[in-house]
Design a protein around this ligand. Structure first.
Ligand code: HDE
Length: 715
């Protein structure tokens, strides 16, 4: 802003004489109540105080509607620097998307330590109880391109950047605690196999194609992870309802240099929840932004998602006696073996201001650690330590990407690095080298407080080799499967059937069945049955046979860990002209009191005329508000309304989908014609009448799993 004296005080211009605080207030959420400017070329929002539009250099723009021409209908002049700048900026608006995790969504918040790890680590973020460390978190899918759908079957990235007072610490994790491969040299192959096939450029955002299954069926170490991505963990209901894991074993190091192994876990306070596969497919069309919209809305509504940070701590002695190698990222340590110690909480309470500036430009790296946190020899982690910074150099265009506000540390930063593309911080002084003697205030190393690597002693022959201790590929895959509830196991089988049915090459399907035999002949049999390939089962030889004696772990099941309740869930209510006004009001009151959201779906977006002549405002028009978008549904119709809608395909599909997606359904008694047309069969998840308490009680227990065998094939 230029003051009347002409002194620049900020880069934003305000229309002279208008008050800045008023501008801020009135610019927020003003109804689009336009006053048209002279000639209709531009709009002013009534009552708002608009800042002046400027170009990138701060020049106030007089006309943003017309380019500069020679004559009224003449050619556009090259002299039009405003047009040139605007177009050039637009031409360069995109940067390469991430090679993996391209589709992501971020939010800001804080991490608060509730239990100190004093004595175990010297990291202040893990020892100073009560300190709130600012964070940026980005959730993502892995395989899909930036414009793909949120509900693709995939691992979700769960990356947390903590701006600690000792530098940035990133936990670049996933929502699944294990990974496909053990050695980073196979990462390129894994991702090439999973992403769109290079000759045709499709299919994207899915593993259901030949190259993926060709690769994994030849790489048995991926089997444990396959169980997880075929499970409902790969189709979460919300980012807010999924766990996160650091995956690798890391080290915590105390002031004396002693190390303790650690695995990091994020646990959502809302509990975990997933959608069902047919829903996932349909949500991809109904709302490809399902997960990002959910997070954005929750934060805007003040329902701040929260996770506990849990750690599994163990020493060398445990690592030596544990039945799997703690450096092998395809294995987990059951929580029953080493329980989680809860040490803090992550709260996301702020949406981004600008998607590109923050979510797109945020750069995570496994090497972003602080004193007291260190690496192990996990060969996957070691490879990641190279890859993250390397990828940012091409993605963000040069070595100064750490100066972008979302990446910059919030603690003092001073070093001898200078110059390069897009240098934004003018580091002062003559001295940009070390050692030096010219300046008393040039930065110096600090051996006492600075980062020092854990003094591990390493020696051995130089070998390209996979440790024998990494050799068991099937035992934990079976443990995972056996730890699931029956519906969860059924979903894993159905997911294998779905994915392998999309594989065109029969030999690949056959080989995968052979690998599954190594986990369990019964699993292979069930998948083969669903594929209609029972004759094709032929075991692929396993180097290390499966162990069937591992105890099951309840912590691996979503349903065994589910937290009952409808808080922040969304209930869709279908209405039509004639719906009972009092019932709608009572339902709304009950749903809101339970902490859930009621969304009204009507055949017309203008709403419906209730029984008492009032208008029921609609949130969705029927075709755009399909029932897959809701956690539970209510069909609130008069007899006439239900009869009319029973001839309406979208309404029948709305009710039918809710039923086969195992949702709890409430309905007015008069809605029967529509329920009948949609094939709804009464069970304990169908609550007829006005008992909203009973309805919400049932909804808070989640889906009606007992309905499933009646509405889809279970193999
Ligand atoms: Fe990543 N990974 N990764 N990864 N990864 C990237 O970095 C890589 C792995 C994970 O929201 C890339 O900035 C290698 C495991 C997340 O911005 C890239 C290997 C886990 C994100 C990269 C792995 C992850 C990434 C692409 C095997 C779970 C998104 C863009 C050695 C613990 C972060 C980027 C965000 C992103 C490399 C394996 C999690 C190319 C080489 C295992 C959450 O650097």
């Amino acid at each position: 802003m230029r003051t009347d004296s002409g002194i620049a005080v900020s880069s934003t211009h305000y229309i002279k004489g208008q008050n800045m605080s008023k501008t801020k207030k009135s610019a927020k959420n003003v109804a689009a109540d336009h006053e048209t400017g002279a000639g209709g070329e531009f709009h002013q929002i009534a009552g708002a105080t608009h800042p002046q539009l400027t170009n990138q250099r701060g020049l106030v723009v007089g006309d943003d509607e017309n380019s500069l021409k020679a004559g009224e209908r003449g050619p556009v002049l090259l002299e039009d620097h405003l047009l040139v700048e605007k177009t050039q900026h637009f031409d360069h608006e995109r940067i390469p998307e991430r090679i993996v995790h391209a589709r992501g969504f971020g939010a800001k918040g804080y991490f608060e330590l509730t239990h100190s790890l004093e004595g175990i680590t010297k990291a202040r973020v893990l020892t100073k109880v009560g300190v709130k460390t600012p964070v940026f978190t980005r959730f993502s899918t892995v395989a899909g391109n930036m414009g793909s759908a949120d509900t693709a079957r995939d691992v979700r990235g769960f990356a947390v950047k903590m701006y600690t007072d000792q530098g940035n610490w990133d936990i670049v994790g996933n929502n699944i605690p294990v990974f496909f491969i053990q050695d980073s040299i196979k990462f390129t192959d894994l991702i090439h196999a999973a992403k769109q096939e290079p000759d045709r450029g499709f299919p994207q955002a899915q593993t259901a194609h030949d190259t993926f299954w060709d690769f994994v069926s030849l790489v048995p170490e991926s089997t444990h992870m396959l169980m997880w991505i075929m499970s409902d963990r790969a189709i979460p209901r919300s980012f807010r309802m999924m766990e996160g894991f650091g995956v690798h074993t890391f080290r915590l190091v105390n002031g004396a240099g002693d190390s303790t192994y650690v695995k990091f876990h994020w646990r959502p306070t809302l509990g975990m929840a997933s959608i069902v596969w047919d829903e996932a497919l349909k949500i991809s069309g109904a709302d490809p932004d399902f997960h990002r919209r959910d997070l954005w809305n929750a934060i805007n509504e003040g329902n701040f998602p929260e996770w506990e940070l849990g750690v599994q701590l163990f020493d060398e002695e445990f690592a030596n006696k544990f039945e799997f190698d703690v450096l092998d990222a395809t294995k987990l340590i059951p929580e029953e073996t080493i329980p989680l110690k809860i040490i803090g909480r992550l709260v996301l309470d702020q949406n981004v201001d600008n998607y590109f500036a923050e979510t797109e430009q945020v750069a995570f790296a496994t090497t972003d650690v602080v004193p007291g946190i260190d690496f192990t020899n996990d060969p996957l982690l070691q490879g990641r330590n190279l890859s993250y910074i390397d990828t940012q150099l091409s993605r963000l265009g040069g070595p100064n990407y750490e100066q972008i506000p979302v990446n910059a540390p919030r603690c003092p930063m001073a070093n001898m690095q200078r110059d390069g593309h897009m240098t934004m911080i003018p580091q002062k002084g003559r001295v940009s080298y070390s050692p030096s003697s010219l300046e008393a205030d040039s930065p110096r190393q600090d051996p006492k407080n600075g980062f020092t690597s854990f003094r591990g002693s390493e020696n051995g022959d130089k070998l390209r080799i996979r440790a024998e201790s990494f050799g068991d590929h099937f035992s934990q895959a079976l443990m995972f499967f056996n730890s699931q509830t029956e519906p969860e196991q059924n979903h894993i089988i159905s997911a294998f059937i779905f994915e392998l049915s999309k594989v065109e090459t029969k030999a690949v399907r056959t080989r995968m069945l052979g690998q599954l035999v190594n986990v369990s002949p019964e699993i292979a049999q069930r998948v083969a049955n669903g594929l209609g390939m029972l004759d094709a089962i032929k075991a692929v030889p396993a180097k290390v046979p499966v162990r069937t004696d591992l105890p099951t772990s309840d912590a691996l099941s979503i349903l065994k860990k589910a937290v009952p309740g409808v808080k922040t869930k969304v209930i869709g209510c279908l209405v039509e002209d004639g719906s009972d006004a009092k019932t709608i009001l009572a339902l709304k009151k009950a749903v809101t009191a339970a902490g859930a959201n009621l969304k009204i779906v009507a055949p017309k977006i203008g709403g419906a005329h209730a029984s008492d002549g009032t208008t029921i405002e609609a949130d969705f028009q029927l075709a755009g508000g399909s029932s897959v978008l809701f956690d539970a549904v209510y069909v609130l119709l008069s007899k006439e309304g239900a009869t009319k809608l029973s001839r309406e395909g979208a309404a029948v599909a709305w009710v039918h989908d809710a039923f086969v997606h195992l949702k709890v359904m409430g309905a007015s008694a008069a809605a029967k014609p529509l329920l009948d047309a949609a094939g709804v069969i009464k069970d304990d998840g169908i609550v007829i009448g006005d008992d909203h308490k009973a309805y919400l009680n049932r909804a808070s227990q989640g889906r009606i799993w007992s309905r499933e065998p009646g509405v889809c094939s279970v193999f």
